[in-house]
Design a protein. Sequence first.
Length: 241
Amino acid sequence: MSGARWAEGKVRLEIPFSIPGVSTVMMLESEGNVNMIECGDGAAGYLYSVFGRKLELYELLSSVIVSHEHLDHAGGLNSVLWLLEVAGRRGDLSVVTPEGSTGAAYKSAKPMIGKLNYKVHFLNSSEKRRVEIGGLVLESFDTRHRDSFPSNRCGNPVASVGYSAEAEGSRIVFSGDTGPVSGLQEKCSSADLAVIESTWEKPVDCDGLHLTVKEAMEYGALAGESIMVHPLRDRQGNIIM
């Protein structure tokens, strides 16, 4: 799934790609602020495709917001941090994850962070449920997700959250990767846009891993508009990954 866009007033969302097991990256813009939602592999290349050699634009990135720390959602963080350094960034950057400074993303980035010419602040969205950041009022809610490998499809539970983001009078819900969960239903209700993972075509015998397309559409129908992301198959029915 790639190339989805949404706009309402001064709020714009672009989803260059979202492929399970590969990468998900989204960019949310409101007046004077840019926030990256999910930071899978290729996030730095996408950021460069947007900002290019206009180095002053790299100061606009206020935060990187991650729903969980699997590599296809957080594995591009170090490259983004380094791109900002190369571009000469000096303003602080916030990184929001459900594990904060105790998670793998922080531990991986820590050796680099001390060498950067700007400060990086890791925020734990499992503990601090509501923050104002990058022009957003960001609220997290618990989701249910697991490790999953070909050798063990239904692995151990992982720390994961979804987000409700308000900006310029619009509210957008991001499900992250999750199985069915009551908090998602609550947040989608009356949202202007719901961005919902829709991995499976049919139910899979693993509780709390991903949503089916049918389940995703049911959540999405609660919001004014919806975008389905993270599909296992493309529109022609071909397996993506």
